[in-house]
Ligand binder design. Structure first.
Ligand SMILES: Cc1cc2nc3c(=O)[nH]c(=O)nc-3n(C[C@H](O)[C@H](O)[C@H](O)COP(=O)(O)OP(=O)(O)OC[C@H]3O[C@@H](n4cnc5c(N)ncnc54)[C@H](O)[C@@H]3O)c2cc1C
Length: 498
């Protein structure tokens, strides 16, 4: 056995969200010396309350938007993400669905993904990992519908398109007290409670408020391998000091918005001699672009207090059937976020008297969240001169058509349910994916099916960025299952090498 020095780890994991959590737990359970580096703070159940501003500041990544105006497009998408231990799963709405079968075919078309037997990678390959994550995170059917949702549902029933209960990472202790600001009862079973805290209790080391700035690579032939490898990482710790950790395994799980620039900033293109695979980093950005239709009712619904997204409608999710998924009821759980989301008929953010009037009636609103099947036609990179992060993601005519079809169905249902008024929201994305995609063909992907880099030994990417093409359901369960799958394959590889 190799003696480990204090800064020398079996594996370093960057990010503690849906991608980072399961692999951290799996490796720790197997006795590996693991370091988890997380840019955000470490908050736990007792820190979570309904103080919206504090939660936005402590738990959310600072607001980021697409930069579409630079490519002559006027539609911007607000990009939301968690910035705390547990990542976006600490602030997510906890919907836990398996990916539909049809998406696997799209994955194959996007990047040639096949299983070990050479068959198209499919649901049956994922089942054991889905089963495990669902068990670890207490996934169940969530039937406790609130008044707003019940009202909306009556309208959708009337127009012939019923909603169904979601499956959720929520145990029976749920007091329906909100999700987007952290769960105050621990009923929501994200990676914070199910994977990260258990890993830390079993010996994994966590460095929080610590941002990784560079992955350290070794050159090809430096370590007796004809491929470049990883040596460790450099990060800025909570006191602003630059620190180094060493490991021959670095697992990047910084999320689809951050992972590409971290790899590029670290010089992956240079170390891999500008390989075709390195040129794929930051490409194929898909957003599952979302928007909300809010409806105002005479009754007080107090939807902001409750667990959002308790029901969904998959009927139109497949792109050939319309390409939109509906979920309800969503009013952003707080008046500040609600106010920020409102737009007028032209899509211009609402302000002044009209906004004030709507906010006064906040307690009367319910909302339907629309996620569309958009294309992986975006790109993440840095401006070469200013080094600023850039997120290009067109909202195409086809996307707008999908959104308009969904919006008009929601309006019809709201009115059928007795709503007096409806109002639209901005475009947002909470399901960013695809910027370092997984595939067998290095000309079209960054990592293979085991999440290992095509170019660099010991480098893994295990987060939303590996999703080959946009999936038509909330993505976190699939990301967690892929993370477990990567852990199992990494452990197998290590035991063979020993
Ligand atoms: C408001 C909201 C609601 C959502 N609701 C649902 C839902 O109901 N169901 C569902 O399936 N999905 C939902 N999602 C999406 C889901 O949470 C994400 O798809 C999933 O968490 C992505 O996993 P990830 O590992 O890619 O990134 P994340 O979970 O976001 O984790 C990435 C982590 O990496 C950290 N990080 C980034 N850069 C660095 C760095 N340089 N150094 C160190 N750490 C770094 C970040 O701070 C973050 O904690 C929601 C997302 C949001 C924002």
């Amino acid at each position: 056995m190799r003696l480990k020095l204090p800064n020398d780890y079996d594996a370093i994991i960057i990010g503690s969200g849906a991608g980072g959590g399961p692999i951290a737990w799996q490796l720790t359970q197997e006795g590996k010396k693991v370091a988890i580096i997380e840019a955000g703070g470490f908050y736990t159940t007792s820190d979570f309350n309904r103080f919206e501003l504090l939660a936005l500041r402590n738990l959310w990544w600072k607001p980021r938007w697409t930069s579409n105006y630079e490519i002559g497009l006027k539609d911007e998408i607000a990009l939301g993400m968690g910035h705390c231990v547990g990542g976006s799963t600490t602030i997510f709405t906890a919907v836990a669905h398996r990916m539909p079968e049809w998406n696997y075919k799209e994955w194959f078309q996007a990047s040639g993904l096949r299983n070990e037997e050479g068959e198209i990678f499919s649901q049956k390959d994922m089942e054991p990992y889905y089963d495990q994550v669902e068990k670890d995170t207490s996934v169940r059917e969530y039937k406790e519908w609130d008044d707003g949702l019940k009202k909306i549902e009556r309208g959708f029933q009337k127009i012939g398109h019923p909603f169904h209960p979601v499956r959720a990472y929520i145990n029976l202790q749920c007091e329906q007290s909100g999700c987007l600001f952290g769960c105050p009862t621990e009923a929501k079973r994200g990676t914070l409670v199910c994977y990260i805290i258990p890993s830390v209790l079993m010996g994994a080391e966590i460095f929080y408020n610590s941002r990784v700035t560079r992955i350290l690579f070794s050159q090809a032939n430096e370590n007796g391998s004809d491929k470049p490898g990883v040596k460790g990482i450099e990060f800025v710790n909570d006191k602003g000091k630059i620190k180094r950790l060493e490991s021959k395994i670095v697992i990047v799980a910084a999320g689809a918005l951050n992972t590409p620039n971290l790899l590029l900033d670290s010089g992956i293109e240079q170390v891999s001699d500008y390989s075709p695979s390195s040129k794929q980093i930051g490409q194929n950005f898909g957003a599952n672009t979302a928007t909300i239709v809010f409806g105002k009712f005479d009754e007080v619904l107090n939807d902001w207090l409750l667990h959002p997204l308790s029901a969904h409608m998959e009927e139109f999710a497949q792109k050939e059937k319309g390409g939109f998924l509906l979920e309800a009821s969503e009013v952003m759980e707080g008046p500040l976020s609600f106010a920020e989301f409102l737009v007028d008929e032209e899509g211009v953010p609402l302000w002044g008297l009209r906004q004030k009037k709507i906010l006064k009636d906040y307690k009367h609103f319910a909302g339907v969240f629309i996620n569309i099947h958009d294309a992986n036609d975006g790109r993440i990179f840095r401006n070469p001169e200013t080094k600023e992060e850039k997120f290009h993601k067109p909202v195409t005519a086809e996307d707008k058509q999908r959104i308009e079809t969904a919006r008009s169905m929601c309006r019809e249902a709201f009115h059928a349910a007795g709503a007096k008024e409806t109002i639209n929201s901005i475009y947002a994305s909470h399901h960013v994916q695809g910027t370092c995609r997984m595939g067998e063909d290095p000309r079209r992907s960054v990592v293979n099916l085991n999440c290992e880099s095509h170019d660099v030994d010991g480098l893994y990417v295990v987060d939303g960025s590996i999703i080959p093409s946009v999936i038509d359901i909330n993505p976190s369960l699939t990301i967690m299952a892929l993370s477990l799958r990567a852990a199992k394959s990494l452990l197998k590889r290590e035991s063979k090498a020993a």
